[in-house]
Design a protein around this ligand. Sequence first.
Ligand SMILES: O=C1O[C@H]([C@@H](O)CO)C(O)=C1O
Length: 583
Amino acid sequence: MSSAATGAQMVSALIAAGFILALVAVVPLALARPDIHRFKWEVEYKFWSPDCLENSVMSINGRFPGPTIRAKAGDIIHVDLTNKLSTEGVVIHWHGIRQVGTPWADGTASISQCPIRPGESFAYRFLVDKPGTYFYHGHYGMQRSAGLYGALIVDVADGRSEPFHYDGEFDLLLSDWWHKSVHEQELGLSSVPFRWINEPNSLLINGRGQYGCSLAAGTCKFNGTEQCSPQVLRVFPQKTYRLRIASTTALSSLSVAVANHMMTVVEADGNYVEPFDVQNLYIYSGESYSVLIKTDQDPTKNYWISAGVVGRKPNTTQALTLLNYVSVHAAELPASAPPATPRWDDYDSMRAFAEKIRALPHYSYAPPPSRAHHGIALLNTQNKYNGQTKWAINNVSLSLPATPYLGSLRYNLKDAFDATPPPEGFPTDYDIMVPASNTECTVNNGIYLLKLHTTVDVVLQNANSLSANTSEVHPWHLHGHDFWVLGYGDGKFVKGVSDRKFNLKNPPLRNTVLIFPYGWTVLRFVADNPGAWAFHCHIEPHLHMGMGVVLAEGMDHVRGIPNEALECGLTANAKVLMDTKRG
Ligand SMILES: O=C1O[C@H]([C@@H](O)CO)C(O)=C1O
């Protein structure tokens, strides 16, 4: 493959982008010769039993979940991904990696690249510049729900240390699982009448769950080799362990707890946070955390680790695994019951958790600019369109174009998407407490163009869905950037009033943030990463129903898009492809 950006190309892309400051940071890394981690991956369906019932999953190199990538900050990851599916395209998104200088490696179909066709390959080559807990997943249709995901862990660079100590660590990648195929789920979502996917059949920890038997009741008979046998966490007493917990659920918001052990939250989405103790961790799709636990309980016992659904009326059993003190047999059931999941609609406690998250100063943290240049308000509503059920943002439900934006913006192909940008606000008299009265939304693919290096505020405004007295939680994920979470509030955001309670001192940097029912959340980011970036609800069926927008900035500075990213739609033409060959 000739398409991979070399380290030198990445540096020249940064120079072209005017990243003088970034360059100062990048040059020493280049001189220090970053390690390049090379992988050859093949994606294909495989029969698998994630929750003890046989089904089909999307596997990488025959594994589910896909292999864990482990690198150090400053390293380069190079994945040659070959599509071995017989009739579907595929892409992989590196969730939380900002792709500075490599926007074509973001792995979003129709946004950063063309889907990789069956039999073809694509080289994802990018820098991991920040230590933290990340993951990767499919970003085409609902392939994430079909099991296309894995963990990506970035350790601190040599000679650096974390702002906390631990003796060992475990990765817990959380997901939810349906017995109904993703194709049937997608069909239901776009059918008239609408068929909702309903609650998951099971929850998985590292791709393992139990349906039809109960670990807690001792009715699962495992010898440990089964694909659905839980991965136990074997620990020594009186040590500190780091649990890296990431959620790639399609739908579920979760509460995670370790019986008898407090958790100290120290990292969120690849950013250090001011440590705080909790009994349960709320984690929404698209988020990641590190927590520390101290194994200071009775070492002659095992303890349950549980993850249960919150934020929606649950209909799925908790996922369980064991914290196994070494002197105890791994099969011995704990003496105490699994930690109960909090009431599913205890939004006060979810909000209190969210508001405890503060940045840890220093450690590369900078507070946000005190003012934004540009403000956008995005109203989230559920609507109808030609009888279908949709989610819309300022009354526009997103449909992705055939030509990826990165290519159509770079080559100025005006017919590739709707020229009119979507609205930057919504009517001030919109009543968020009732179902939309204009039930019919529009469907299109216009985008927000941001000026490079400007500071942007986004108000995410939640509202009532199509049924009365219902407003759902939505975790919004931004590609290509981290953002500061300035604040949350109830009801409608009122400029000049609601913003008085913004935290401008130590707001956390995140890439995913929740909007609470009938509430607002405000985030701030600097549009400093040339490229075209998705910003969307990370609930997979919601994105499928149009709940997202696309932002682009600094496209004049994007050079070196590989041909393989462009061989579809209007960019699949000889002139464009010749031009990209020249670089
Ligand atoms: O998008 C969704 O659709 C259903 C419901 O709102 C309509 O059936 C649901 O619970 C969602 O999250």
